[in-house]
Design a protein around this ligand. Structure first.
Ligand SMILES: Cc1cc2nc3c(=O)[nH]c(=O)nc-3n(C[C@H](O)[C@H](O)[C@H](O)COP(=O)(O)OP(=O)(O)OC[C@H]3O[C@@H](n4cnc5c(N)ncnc54)[C@H](O)[C@@H]3O)c2cc1C
Length: 404
């Protein structure tokens, strides 16, 4: 396994994704160099920017060319179409490093990669190649448009409709809460293709963001992850060619749920990245802050906070590790992804609470990073399925299969 970085000036013959040269025997999916590069890049380039994004100055989408250059837009894209072809385990390790520096960047990159996987799995061979060969190009930035104002936990209630007309569909409706929605070129969209068939009447369509009739409206005032875009996407007679149907007509809901399964690993990792950033802030502050004539790190109550945090992070990492391994080895185990997402996201919120507590009054002002981490952590129990929905998936799986 070999993977080399290249200087643009000395770029040699060969296939590249961003700065990575894919050598003949490239097996980049498990190369630790990628994880190290993501770590160095995120800490050097994303941490400070993330603080600015949180204050409303710009967003992750402003640096898409840079993310592309790092290969982060093609992490999960298969090698035969020019991606890095990472395994879920390596993907998780890379996303963790990004999330440590910027939860907003992690979800931005995570959603784009997730959509690439849906295309890989369900587009026709010709379109798969056409779309995915350009997936590492920032101009093909993507979003996953499932939720609607009245269809969140229950995407089967989606009302956006795609009527057959001529040689394609005509799309009408409105999607809500769409990450990457302001800058995306492509929207994988869940729409109703058969009005009378309930949950079996939904299909996934690849919608070109440049189409006439597609309108994007930003959602302002988010509590956290302010560097990531969130938008309402309205479709008013948007034309979609028949060939842009992903998978089978009527199979959209199950395809969406299967994709969310992998997405949940991404959110679990995002939560652990936030939690680990909290832990480092806690350790740093506890070593410096003095009260009662001694460092607060000497107080048992503070040590408990630090110890509980480390244990919870280690447990979350184990759950993520198993879920990623199950994905990599084609074991169908949606409950594994839900367990990882449920535990990691709830733990991140407990950890962020502790991090603020350990910092005392300093933790309550935005000069201190834990104030932002506390707000960033909050979303992780909500999107890609709330904690309540994860519990339903876990319990249902257990009750139906008896498999522990
Ligand atoms: C910042 C952000 C980014 C997002 N990005 C995307 C995106 O890119 N694409 C996309 O499609 N969506 C996205 N979402 C939407 C997100 O996935 C939904 O918000 C989430 O699934 C919850 O749906 P809801 O908000 O409609 O809440 P609701 O479904 O209305 O839930 C309200 C409450 O009821 C509970 N509840 C619902 N059903 C049950 C049940 N059966 N049993 C027990 N409790 C239940 C929920 O757990 C919750 O506590 C995003 C949301 C946010 C806030």
């Amino acid at each position: 396994m070999r993977l080399r970085t290249s200087e643009p000036a000395t770029r040699r013959e060969g296939r590249y994704i961003g700065r990575w040269r894919l050598t003949d025997n490239f097996a980049g999916h498990d190369d630790p160099l990628l994880v190290r590069a993501a770590r160095d890049y995120s800490r050097a380039e994303l941490l400070d920017r993330d603080r600015q994004w949180d204050k409303g100055n710009g967003s992750v989408a402003d640096i898409l060319p840079e993310l592309a250059e790092m290969g982060l837009l093609g992490l999960m894209t298969p090698e035969d179409v020019g991606g890095l072809g990472c395994s879920y385990r390596t993907y998780a390790a890379i996303l963790h490093e990004i999330a440590y520096a910027s939860a907003s960047a992690a979800v931005t990159v995570g959603v784009h990669n997730l959509v690439g996987l849906v295309v890989d799995r369900s587009a026709s061979p010709d379109l798969r190649r056409k779309w995915l060969e350009g997936w590492c190009d920032p101009n093909n930035f993507a979003a996953f448009a499932i939720s609607e104002a009245n269809a969140g936990s229950d995407p089967g209630a989606s009302l956006t409709k795609a009527d057959r007309r001529g040689d394609g569909f005509v799309l009408n409706g409105e999607k809500m809460w769409i990450t990457n929605g302001l800058s995306a070129r492509w929207f994988v969209t869940l729409a109703r293709t058969s009005p009378d068939k309930g949950k079996s009447g939904l299909s996934l369509l690849m919608v070109d963001g440049n189409s006439d009739g597609l309108q994007r409206t930003p959602i302002h005032g988010k509590m956290g992850i302010r560097g990531s875009e969130t938008a309402v996407i309205a479709f008013d007679d948007v034309k979609v060619p028949t060939e842009n149907l992903l998978g089978t007509e009527g199979g959209g809901l199950s395809a969406s749920l299967a994709a969310l399964d992998g997405g949940r690993i991404g959110i679990a990792v995002q939560a652990v990245g936030i939690g680990r950033a909290c832990l480092d802030e806690m350790i740093g502050y506890a070593r410096e802050r003095e009260q009662f004539g001694t460092k607060i790190s000497g107080f048992q109550a503070i040590q408990e906070m630090i110890a509980d945090t480390q244990v919870e992070l280690a447990a979350a990492e184990q759950l993520i590790g198993y879920a990623a391994w199950a994905k990599d080895t084609d074991r169908h185990d949606p409950a594994a992804c839900s367990r990882a997402k449920l535990f990691a996201s709830e733990a991140a919120n407990r950890i962020a609470y502790r991090a603020v507590q350990l910092h005392g009054g300093m933790g309550y002002v935005n000069e201190c990073r834990v104030e932002q981490l506390y707000r960033d952590a909050r979303i992780t129990t909500i999107y890609e399925g709330t904690s309540e929905i994860q519990r339903i998936v876990i319990a249902r799986h257990l009750l139906e299969t008896g498999r522990r």
